[in-house]
Design a binder for this molecule. Sequence first.
Ligand SMILES: Nc1ncnc2c1ncn2[C@@H]1O[C@H](COP(=O)(O)OP(=O)(O)OP(=O)(O)O)[C@@H](O)[C@H]1O
Length: 275
Amino acid sequence: MTPGQAPGGDGVLRSAGSVHPVVPGVLDVTHDVILYLEDITVTFNGFRALDRLTLYVGVGELRALIGPNGAGKTTLMDVVTGKTRPDSGTAYFGQTMDLTRMSEAEIARAGIGRKFQKPTVFEQHTVFENLELALRGDRRARRSLFARLDADARDRIADTLRLVRLGAEADRPAGLLSHGQKQWLEIGMLLAQDPQLLLLDEPVAGMTDDETERTAELVKSLAGQRSVVVVEHDMEFVEGLDCQVTVLDEGAVLAEGSLAAVQRDPRVVEVYLGR
Ligand SMILES: Nc1ncnc2c1ncn2[C@@H]1O[C@H](COP(=O)(O)OP(=O)(O)OP(=O)(O)O)[C@@H](O)[C@H]1O
């Protein structure tokens, strides 16, 4: 990343020798970067949960975020989704959307979806209905609810069911699904909103080995069409993702690279084993 590719703070984007006016609400990924976090600091009563953290995520990239307890992973997700405002630093979605000036709802509408650790599906409703409800939250789908695009909405649900491998469960109440299936349904509900950046917080916590393996396949298949950032402690799962790994420690990036490379890094070994 060259500094010239970073968004300016004055409403005008400077990029590689040219100046573009900012178009509000339009995701601009002309530099193939979907998320820019630069020099982000977050303090809680003087304690630095994030300490000048800088991180970039590419368009279509799958990135794993690891680090010991308290490293700042959740706080980072909170900054991206607007739940926590940084004390300083810049956070941009694409070239033009300043996340630090957007509400949580605006950020979600702009195309950032977040899955929390605990599944929150509607247990009384069927799997299909859960996806339908998620789709109704999408502005494009709402417009189409009573119009001829209804078939499109149904197709979208069918596609999502296939993707999260719940086609055979479509008519079952979500409350009867296994823990792993509920997690996949919730990922499907997020996908129904068509996010361009998906944040997954410990998606395999509490899953069986088989479910964990299937989730790695699912998460890998989600990248490419959208960018995905996964926070996870389960190293076998992270290995299965076969992607770039960022290690956080004490609120900053300690190392970045393949899982094998960061696991060889003595500083990473120290924070995981040395304390
Ligand atoms: N609202 C808050 N008030 C005070 N301290 C906080 C708050 N949120 C987080 N912290 C502290 O900031 C640090 C980073 O927390 P964070 O939850 O981001 O870490 P994490 O990497 O997600 O950890 P874990 O792997 O345990 O989930 C921790 O020391 C935590 O206690």
